[in-house]
Write a protein that binds this ligand. Structure first.
Ligand code: UD1
Ligand code: MG
Length: 459
């Protein structure tokens, strides 16, 4: 039978106290809405409709090209939100998954299990439920003496007795598609919140004598719905544990997984060692044998085999194998360190390429540079790449030696094997094999210091 899916993402998320629509808050690097969309993809829906409303355009952008959209101009409740998909879905044969955009921990596997259960039991509606230690805030599942589900009652409408019930509605359901859109017509707003509750469909089906059921998750955790920032932090914590465990099972060592922050799309090869307080974000990939020490913060970057990154920040850059970075180095976007290169303490590299085995050990700025192999940057080298208006390129050949405290004023080119004397200000090109000395001559005034400074009484 054909599967369809509706993701509810039109709400503002008042309890988040945020300018950003709730479903656009991120968990481990991607929005809650993308987490939900990825899980939904596991059941291969023939049509996927995302209901958008509050700040619709920014929500649409996240799933542009992946989902169709239905606009809910006024947020009159979850039942009303589903009605908005009527044009796309009503009348089609098949079954429709409805899921809230604020439950990012529900897995694709659970959704597939829910579909299978629903089909096997020939239900008209099946609710995904869980048992909550603290069920406050969730809709509760009301069962009769035979254990059959009869209705869902919302927190705000629940009697004291009903509030004791620990079986909760995860906000995910699967419905016979045709019956879903028929029954939506029978919803009303006679409840504590004056909204069209999707949850009321269960009692409507029951009253019609139709078969409804519940499929219960083993772990409550998976069903966590994010309504405020406290829940967001809990969800982040659960997601982090899941991600880190996946990497550990793949052969990655973590010194302290509780304090290691890895986005969901980061790839890590086996035999990588990660110390505490490391953050890996975005589309980062770490190759085998790499060591990332405490405090390293790596965004959208590629780290090669056996590279060692010591307490450094790397953004949108590429570090090849056997490179060493840090401590306290900063690779800014669009930098490449070829194999065996070394960038040490208080070195900043921006939009530059450093050839194989080139080294900048200390206190150096390398910006907009093309650097050959086996180049040595002395301590305190500055590439002056900016005149206040434009950025210029510095080109450095192979095997160049740059003396400490040199300033290279771009645009400038240094040929292979060139050498600059310490303290030089290089404003003109240096040919290959040449030594450039660009500093004033030293003058020694014999006895002058003794006379002037150390024996003022003789003056
Ligand atoms: C809902 C369920 C509750 C369940 C809980 C699980 C109802 C009435 N209640 O409550 O039983 O335990 O989820 O997390 O369904 N939305 C719209 N349009 C609207 C209203 C909401 O698109 O008019 C979207 C929201 O953006 C959100 C989702 O629906 O993604 C759920 O809405 P929310 O307000 O969070 O419902 P809960 O109070 O959590
Ligand atoms: Mg919610």
């Amino acid at each position: 039978m054909t599967n369809y899916a509706i993701i509810l993402a039109a709400g503002k998320g008042t309890r988040m106290k945020s300018n950003l629509p709730k479903v656009l808050h991120k968990v481990s690097g991607i929005t809650m809405l993308e987490h939900v969309f990825r899980s939904v993809s596991a059941i291969s829906p023939a049509k996927n409709i995302t209901v958008i409303g509050h700040k619709a355009e920014s929500v649409r952008e996240v799933l542009q090209g992946k989902s169709e959209f239905a606009l809910q101009t006024e947020q009159l409740g979850t039942g009303h939100a589903v009605m908005m998909a009527q044009e796309e879905l009503a009348g089609l044969d098949g079954q429709t998954l409805v899921i809230a955009g604020d439950t990012p921990l529900i897995t694709g596997e659970s959704l597939q299990n829910l579909v299978d259960f629903h089909v096997n039991h020939k239900n008209v509606a099946t609710i995904l439920t869980a048992t909550a230690e603290d069920p406050f805030g969730y809709g509760r599942i009301i069962r009769n003496q035979n254990g059959e589900v009869v209705k869902i009652i919302e927190q705000k409408d629940a009697s004291e007795f009903e509030q004791q019930i620990k079986e909760i509605n995860t906000g995910t359901y699967i419905f016979d598609n045709k019956r879903l859109f028929d029954a939506l017509k029978d919803l009303n707003t006679n409840n504590a919140q004056g909204e069209y509750y999707l949850t009321d469909l269960i009692s409507i089906f029951r009253q019609n004598g139709e078969k409804v059921g519940a499929f219960t998750l083993h772990e409550f955790e998976e069903s966590l719905g994010v309504n405020d920032r406290a829940a967001l932090a809990i969800v982040e914590d659960v997601m982090r544990r899941r991600i880190n465990k996946k990497h550990m099972l793949n052969g990655v060592s973590f010194q302290n997984p509780k304090a290691t922050y890895i986005d969901v799309d980061v790839e890590i090869a086996p035999d990588v060692i990660i110390e505490a307080n490391v953050t890996l974000k975005g589309q980062t990939k770490i190759s085998s044998g790499a060591v990332l020490t405490n405090g390293s913060y790596i965004v959208d970057s590629l780290i090669g085999e056996n590279a060692v990154i010591t307490n450094s920040m790397i953004e949108s850059s590429k570090v090849e194998r056997n490179v060493t970075v840090g401590p306290y180095a900063h690779l800014r976007p669009d930098s490449t360190l070829k194999k065996g290169a070394h960038v040490g303490n208080f070195v900043e590299v921006k939009a530059s390429r450093l050839g194989e085995n080139s080294k900048a050990g200390h206190l150096t700025y390398i910006g907009n540079a093309e650097v050959g192999s086996d180049v040595n940057f002395g301590a305190g080298t500055i590439l002056a790449n900016y005149d206040g208006q434009n950025k210029y390129t510095t080109v450095i050949g192979n095997n160049v030696f740059i003396g400490s405290n040199s300033t290279l004023i771009a645009p400038v080119e240094l040929g292979d094997n060139a050498l600059t004397a310490a303290g030089s200000v290089i404003a003109e090109d240096v040919p290959a094999d040449a030594v450039a000395i660009a500093r004033s001559h030293q003058v020694n005034k014999e006895g002058y210091a003794r006379k002037k400074a150390h024996h003022p009484s003789q003056q």
